[in-house]
Design a protein around this ligand. Structure first.
Ligand code: AMP
Ligand code: MG
Length: 487
């Protein structure tokens, strides 16, 4: 099926006109397909070869509008870096419509398809570099089992786009049940439009949280459920060392999915205070700050929902589940990362000590946890690959002795534990240097590395002997890479 005949429905367009502006994407000259995610394509009932047809490429870049699509850009507002930013909106994203799938309706959205009424000072474009990063990371997060928007395709054009230097344009097609954000609610709250606020909340509840209708106060229940999902999502981020980089309220999905991949990063040498976004000079969105920022963002959503909930106390109760939910989830994830199947006194201390020695030696986060499954409960023979990751080896030895004692306290079997740990500690994550290599090749029209990384990251927990090089340390030059909000 060519993308031109996608069976689009247009639910969002059924909301009143105040919520969006209908418009056409702005064409890009001579578009070429850079990449397609086969699994994302399968989800919407199509495949790579259908999407590679020139007819489809024209739709995926926005040069042609599919027959049943009613394209639009949505309005929203938000807090950026903790400050109220007023109206933002889809400044370069255009919603095409939604397609029914086995997992429910999925919206397709072009990112980088030209100016909209919400573009402010921007040009409505996205560059190939950031489009490849968003594409690969969306699919990598999906491969890791972390709630996320998906990416269907990247289409490039030689059309020049001015950033710090002149780059070329690209369009990513993103997929999610909805792209409604915390900032979509804040928009109506701060503009004192209670009717629109209610319409939006009812739309979200009816479509995505229908079970909440039965609750006494569905709006409080919505806040509670979004708070819960947000806490869980961020616990997953922490557990794989993912840093989002721009956790503004306009980048927080109302479904608790990871949304808007810009200056993200995966932790390499462990530093809890690492800041992956070069533009975040005060470190608001550092690794260590992510959990509390997630809570702060839920407060911003709560403020917007308060007129609907009607009671401060109920609102506070919904927000109060954040910390226990986060603590429960991260505790489960960390127990699994250590291969522990029981909860025992002293586990918290064992974990705290682990993060302290990782921090002191800046040990590589992904490599450490992957190698940890090779540790033997019986004694230190075989510790070398792990021990080598630490500058302070005696500190590691001490910790390893405590860990071994803890494993023996639950009669842990080395082989069963290794199997289980290798299912939760990825061997492969999207390191910045990997994306960079793929980007530089793609800038020279060689898209093979994008394809290769996509296939690699779809199965991040599997041993892939032919891809062993991606499981190692990043090359020295990767220290020089800096990623910022410029995209
Ligand atoms: P972000 O930080 O990428 O989530 O973007 C924040 C806001 O800026 C959103 O409203 C975006 O649509 C808008 N924006 C970012 N880049 C551009 C661009 N190149 N052209 C127009 N709007 C943009
Ligand atoms: Mg955004």
């Amino acid at each position: 099926m060519s993308a031109n005949t996608f069976p689009f429905k247009n639910s969002f367009a059924g909301l009143p006109p105040a919520f969006y502006t209908h418009l056409m994407p702005t064409p890009l000259p001579a578009p070429y397909l850079v990449a397609v995610s086969p699994s994302a394509a399968r989800l919407i009932g199509t495949d790579q070869s259908a999407l590679a047809l020139q007819d489809s490429v024209e739709v995926l870049v926005g040069n042609r509008v599919a027959e049943q699509s009613q394209p639009l850009a949505a309005v929203y507002s938000g807090h950026q870096f903790g400050v109220w930013a007023g109206q933002l909106g889809d400044g370069r994203a255009i919603l095409l419509g939604e397609i029914d799938t086995a997992e429910g309706p999925v919206e397709l959205q072009l990112k980088g398809a030209g100016m909209t009424p919400y573009s402010r000072m921007g040009d409505g474009r996205a560059v190939l570099r950031s489009s490849i990063r968003e594409f690969l990371c969306s699919e990598a997060m999906h491969g890791l089992g972390i709630p996320t928007t998906r990416a269907l395709s990247v289409v490039g054009s030689d059309h020049g786009v001015v950033r710090e230097s002149i780059e070329t344009a690209a369009v990513v097609v993103r997929m999610a049940p909805t792209f409604i954000r915390f900032g979509s609610f804040e928009h109506w709250y701060y503009n004192r439009k209670p009717d629109e606020l209610k319409q939006l909340a009812d739309y979200v509840i009816d479509r995505f949280y229908p079970e909440l209708r039965a609750e006494e106060n569905p709006y409080a229940a919505l806040l509670e459920e979004v708070t819960r999902r947000t806490a869980r999502m961020i616990a997953h981020w922490q557990a794989v060392g993912f840093m989002h980089g721009v956790m503004n309220t306009d980048n927080m999905s109302i479904l608790g999915q990871t949304l808007d991949y810009g200056p993200f990063g995966f932790m390499e040498g462990f530093d809890a205070n690492h800041i992956c976004n070069h533009s975040d000079d005060r470190g608001r969105y550092s690794y260590a700050n992510q959990p509390q920022i997630g809570h702060w963002n839920c407060y911003a959503l709560a403020q917007a929902l308060l007129p609907l909930i009607g009671e401060v106390e109920l609102t506070q109760e919904a927000l109060d589940i954040y910390q226990p939910e986060f603590a429960k989830q991260i505790d489960q994830l960390l127990h699994a990362k250590l291969g522990l199947t029981t909860v025992q006194d002293g586990d918290r201390e064992l974990l705290d000590r682990l993060f302290a020695i990782l921090q002191a030696s800046h040990a590589d986060f992904t490599i450490f946890f992957r190698r940890l499954s090779g540790l033997r409960a019986g004694g230190p023979e075989g510790d070398e690959p792990l021990r080598d990751l630490f500058i302070d080896r005696p500190a590691f030895d001490q910790w390893a002795e405590s860990y071994r004692a803890r494993l023996r306290a639950e009669d842990s079997s080395d082989s069963a534990r290794k199997l289980a740990m290798d299912q939760v500690n990825p061997k492969y994550v999207l390191r910045n240097y990997m994306a960079q290599v793929a980007i530089e090749k793609a800038q020279n029209k060689d898209f093979s590395e994008v394809e290769r990384l996509l296939a690699l990251l779809e199965r991040p927990f599997d041993e892939q002997p032919e891809n062993e090089q991606y499981a190692g340390f990043p090359p020295d030059w990767s220290n020089q890479l800096s990623v910022s909000c410029s995209s």
